[in-house]
Design a binder for this molecule. Sequence first.
Ligand SMILES: Cc1cc2nc3c(=O)[nH]c(=O)nc-3n(C[C@H](O)[C@H](O)[C@H](O)COP(=O)(O)OP(=O)(O)OC[C@H]3O[C@@H](n4cnc5c(N)ncnc54)[C@H](O)[C@@H]3O)c2cc1C
Ligand code: SF4
Length: 338
Amino acid sequence: MINFQYSRATDVADAVRQIAADPTAKFIAGGTNLIDLMKDDVERPSRLIDISRLPLNTVEVDPDGGLRIGALVPNSDLAYHPLVETRYPLLASAILAGASQQLRNMASTGGNLLQRTRCAYFYDTTTPCNKRVPGSGCSAINGLNRGHAILGASDSCIATHPSDMCVALAALGATVHVTGPEAQRTIAFADFHRLPDSTPQRDTNLRPNEIVTAVSLPAQRFTTNYSYLKIRDRLSYAFALVSIAAALELEGNTIKDARLALGGVAHKPWRDGDVEAALRGKPATRTTFTNAADLLLLDAKGLEHNTFKIELARRGIVRTLTQAANGTPQTQSNKKIQ
Ligand SMILES: Cc1cc2nc3c(=O)[nH]c(=O)nc-3n(C[C@H](O)[C@H](O)[C@H](O)COP(=O)(O)OP(=O)(O)OC[C@H]3O[C@@H](n4cnc5c(N)ncnc54)[C@H](O)[C@@H]3O)c2cc1C
Ligand code: SF4
């Protein structure tokens, strides 16, 4: 039994004040990840600051035509929100590929960003893990690493970020809004999650005293040519081995703009600007998509059990871009692509 205090934040300023006063406290939103971590003795917060009743649960159109999503909007509400279904269907698809209906009802937008890795050693307190106990070693590098990173890993940690929603947010160029004791600031989604380097205990660039208040999306929505493909060991209720969010803007058969982000392959949702640039101006063909996949995976590195993920990602990228080009999200149709 872990002893901890419980308090409820009355507003955002109060939440920030409370967390600043106690460096070992944790915010709790839906609790779907944090409570599991506490039960497994991975997280031992001295205090839970309940933020679930803060007024951060609305989805609103912002003045420049984008969308502002409150940090406490539940994953289900977000996926089925009419503005998301019609304007950002890629995001709706990605959210619905994650977890289960019950979990999505509880899980919050902010909590989804901050959920921790599913590396089994991270949850097993009898094994060394640099993310859980810095400097103790990484059990996965020479252990069971079938689900681990093929891009951006380090000698300290090869864990992956498990979120589906975040892969779509990365592809759509989201911005994270945070509030700290001194100020509010925004963080580009690409800079929110970190690569492990030598400090894998830090998943994100959120500062210890800051709270996520919202996530915003730009006006550009990719409503026609998009697809989210999640490849996993079973069809539902499983984390991704590899997932791919693809979105294209086409002029005839020419790619005007492209977005491509991968999940399950790195410590953060993986988006590569060079690959997107290489897609622009090219015809939407299998050759173009195969070249994009090869470029994205140029530096991919497999370990004993996860090398298969490189080929899986390569094929997944081609298939997802093909689905996006065809306007056939989540299907296997590739009739129109030569
Ligand atoms: C069995 C199972 C299967 C799952 N499958 C998937 C899946 O396939 N795909 C997927 O994407 N996800 C999956 N999930 C993860 C689930 O989506 C996350 O647990 C959920 O999104 C976390 O949200 P929460 O509100 O419950 O977070 P909490 O558990 O309340 O918090 C998680 C972390 O975020 C911090 N936090 C929460 N809100 C804020 C905030 N506003 N500002 C700062 N810090 C904050 C907390 O302090 C804590 O550290 C699964 C979870 C379970 C249990
Ligand atoms: S991969 Fe990362 S999370 Fe997993 S055991 Fe190694 S250090 Fe820990």
